[in-house]
Ligand binder design. Structure first.
Ligand code: NAG
Ligand code: NAG
Ligand code: NAG
Ligand code: NAG
Ligand code: NAG
Ligand code: NAG
Length: 487
């Protein structure tokens, strides 16, 4: 309880619930939301599925999810939600849901639950809520509207789902384009999402937010609604227009054009993996743990770090000692190049140190599945500072500063040049239209995505790998991975 008050400092100065979310007039229109990173634990989900089907999803989900503390209702009910830029529905658990009542109750204690009966600001909303994510997770129930407290600010009349059935004990804070709402894929009109309500209630100036994921090993990152923090990035903050799907009038995903890819060996030698002749649309997806590149390029990188594919698990594994590798993979965009250290692609496969002390790691680059879009997930995004500007249908991107303690928050304004200190490149006009829309690795897209390009994770493993693992190593990896899967 005490840490909640610390997390929401504005609460301290105002003891009365009616003024709980009042902001003092001098504060800028930026909502600052720290988030924590935790390993996903879809244990129940996996137990119910045959291992072969979920192995790849597990591999992906085994990585980190980002959680923000929010409150819902009046008086505030504390809940933590998984932040997701790739989906657009907010939904919360309630104590009477199927999953929360399971095993005698208590399974939703960590995330918290919402009870509309004890909130004086709860409003009834007609219609049924239902969302299906690409990885097979789903939630369904009813809609509601209530005050949502986030970053010490109360946003009124926020519509969200109350999950009555589903696969997850914890809800999601989807903050993508409204045209991605699950209702829209069912042929209904969108409703104003959280970010739009923040603008409508003059809490921020425009529908834009920035995300600093920070180092994998750092406990926390930060999202700023309506603002940027120039203390968290270096080099140019380049503005790049979003690509849109050929069959739609405007963008509905955070997809920009990737113009090139190089690898640097730590001694200044650079090899080109991809250049402008092969520019491709790339989805920025915080809901994907890994980065999915064209198969031939993924293969080159996998071979380079000496990763091996374990057929049963469809993804590359690598000896964790490879973290000592110098060098980086550089992602070239119009106006900015993001450098990702090779070691930042090497992710612990298990929570617990195993007998050989963290000998097994995942390599965070996989080949794309057929018909899906190149996906820049967390292994890439951690090295980038990203502004998601929905009003201008653009991304602004810069090289992150890991563990930066310097803070200089600036308000994002409104209009075409709303993002302060960002520069629009003159070469950014050639954004590549998108024909495939499914992320290769997302846990975050809804059924609409599913039907347009089902990501076939089982066909995306690095099967063309040229280096053959020794039998011993394969057996070793398989047994350790089996353990990880069953945990
Ligand atoms: C969320 O609240 C919990 C419980 O009070 C606290 O331990 C945690 O640090 C908070 N997380 C963030 C990101 O503020
Ligand atoms: C409150 O939530 C329940 C589900 O938990 C729903 O059946 C009911 O209609 C809601 N009531 C109102 C007034 O929204
Ligand atoms: C950032 O901080 C974490 C936790 O203190 C540490 O493990 C990590 O090495 C730091 N990263 C960098 C790049 O300094
Ligand atoms: C781009 O890459 C292709 C294929 O690797 C290569 O043939 C071509 O020369 C490259 N173009 C430039 C400008 O480097
Ligand atoms: C992993 O690398 C370390 C250090 O190079 C080595 O001692 C160990 O045998 C390797 N483990 C496997 C399973 O290859
Ligand atoms: C998915 O991949 C499997 C194995 O490669 C293949 O048999 C199947 O037809 C693919 N499904 C789709 C929808 O592409």
């Amino acid at each position: 309880m005490r840490s909640w008050l610390l997390a929401l400092p504005l609460l301290l100065s105002s003891g009365v619930s009616s003024t709980l979310f009042a902001r003092d007039g001098s504060s800028s229109k930026v909502i600052r939301v720290p988030f924590s990173k935790e390993r996903a634990a879809h244990s129940q989900y996996n137990k119910r599925e045959p291992a072969s089907k979920t192995a790849t999803q597990k591999l992906d989900n085994k990585d980190f999810l980002f959680y923000a503390n929010v409150t819902v209702g009046t008086p505030p009910q504390h809940i933590r939600l998984h932040i997701d830029t790739g989906s657009s529905d907010i939904w919360v658990e309630t104590a009477t849901s199927e999953i929360c009542r399971r095993d005698g109750g208590g399974s939703c204690d960590i995330g918290g639950t919402y009870d509309n009966g004890t909130s004086s600001t709860a409003e009834y909303v007609e219609g049924e809520f239902s969302i299906m994510y690409v990885d097979g997770q789903y939630a369904s129930g009813v809609y509601a509207k209530d005050t949502l407290g986030i970053g010490g600010v109360g946003v009124k009349d926020v519509q969200f789902g109350i999950g009555l059935k589903g696969t997850s004990e914890e809800g999601v804070l989807g903050i993508g384009f409204e045209s991605r709402q699950s209702r829209v894929s069912a042929g209904l009109d969108p409703y104003p999402g959280l970010v739009t309500q923040m603008v409508n209630q003059e809490l921020i100036n425009s529908r834009a937010y920035s995300v600093w994921l920070n180092d994998l090993n750092a406990a926390a990152g930060e999202i700023l609604f309506g603002g940027i923090d120039t203390g968290k990035f270096k080099g140019p903050l380049a503005t790049i227009p979003l690509s849109r799907r050929t069959d739609l009038p405007s963008p509905i995903d955070f997809i920009i054009t990737l113009h090139g890819l190089t690898i640097e060996n730590g001694e200044g030698e650079t090899r080109e993996l991809m250049n402008t002749s092969r520019s491709v649309p790339a989805l920025l997806d915080t809901g994907a743990s890994f980065t999915y590149l064209p198969q031939d390029i993924a293969d080159q990188l996998i071979e380079l770090v000496g990763a091996v594919t374990v057929p049963e698990y469809k993804g590359p594994a690598v000896n964790c000692s490879k973290r000592s590798l110098e060098g980086s993979v550089n992602f070239v965009f119009a106006g900015a190049t993001i450098e990702v250290n090779l070691r930042d692609f090497i992710i612990d496969a298990t929570d617990e140190p195993n007998e050989d002390n963290h000998i097994l790691c995942y390599f965070g680059i996989l080949g794309m599945s057929e018909g899906s879009v190149l996906t820049l997930g967390d292994t890439f995004l951690r090295s980038a500072y990203v502004v998601y500007d929905m009003d201008n249908e653009a991304i602004s991107i810069a090289q992150t500063i890991f563990n930066s303690t310097s803070t200089n928050i600036m308000e994002i304004g409104s209009g075409p040049d709303a993002v302060p200190s960002a520069t629009r490149s003159s070469t950014d006009v050639d954004s590549i239209p998108v024909t495939a829309t499914a992320s290769s690795g997302s846990t975050s897209s809804d059924t609409a995505v599913k039907s347009t390009g089902s990501p076939n994770v089982s066909s995306s493993g690095a099967t063309k790998l040229s280096i053959a693992p020794t039998n011993f190593l394969t057996r070793f990896l398989v047994s350790i991975l089996s353990l990880a899967i069953l945990l």
